[in-house]
Ligand binder design. Structure first.
Ligand SMILES: [Zn+2]
Length: 209
């Protein structure tokens, strides 16, 4: 008797008209469309993992300027002070905003780093066909992380607003903030470029053999 999972692999459902179709075989660079309503079923990009590798690597490199360069500058009473993301977290700790400091660290540093590292690892493993059972578990947890990544945009706002409330002064934008914005763009692009359909397919193929 055929395994139900194996037979389901050959079926695709059109998201627009709900037609159940047998999966068309397509080559990289081609798209499969629904014969009934011509909606896109799925597409196979050429070297789909390369883009994810490049974007996640760029994001990881941007972490150094994003954390170390001044994020914001504050001018008050003739003096000018600059603070990097690390400085902001230390200031939060020193002013007894411990929970905020922890949350800011978690969402602006820890989660984005783990998210980019995870995407890079998945892309490299799938690209070079180094697929193992542990990668499957890893990819499942990556899905959970993916839904949390946009929260760091919100927490970046929290850092700036608290810093502003504490000092009540003019703010200027530093290289650290620029790098951080680019980093956020890379992080978002990672979520967009990582072809989940392709990764699942590769994993199924590798784990069935
Ligand atoms: Zn359709």
């Amino acid at each position: 008797m055929a395994k139900p999972a194996a037979s389901l692999n050959n079926i695709v459902v059109c998201r627009r008209c709900d037609a159940v179709l047998s999966k068309p075989k397509i080559e990289p660079g081609q798209k499969a469309t629904c014969p009934g309503c011509s909606a896109l079923l799925y597409e196979l990009k050429k070297n789909p993992m390369e883009r994810t590798m490049a974007v996640s690597l760029a994001g990881l490199l941007l972490f150094f300027p994003a954390i170390l360069l001044p994020m914001i500058g504050v001018s008050a009473a003739g003096t000018h002070n600059e603070a990097s993301l690390i400085d902001c977290i230390i200031i939060l700790l020193n002013t007894d905003y411990h929970i905020v400091a922890f949350i800011v660290f978690l969402f602006t540093i820890a989660i984005p780093i783990v998210h980019l590292l995870a995407a890079f690892y998945i892309a490299v493993a799938v690209h070079f066909n180094k697929i193992s059972q542990s990668l499957l578990v890893f990819f499942r947890s990556y899905h959970v992380l993916d839904s949390w990544t946009m929260l760091h945009v919100f927490f970046l706002g929290v850092v700036v607003s608290i810093y502003k409330i504490v000092d009540l002064a003019e703010l200027t934008v530093g290289g650290g903030l620029m790098s951080f914005v680019l980093l956020l763009i890379c992080s978002t692009l990672v979520s967009v470029t990582l072809d989940h359909h392709y990764v699942w397919e590769k994993m199924e193929q590798a784990l069935e053999d």
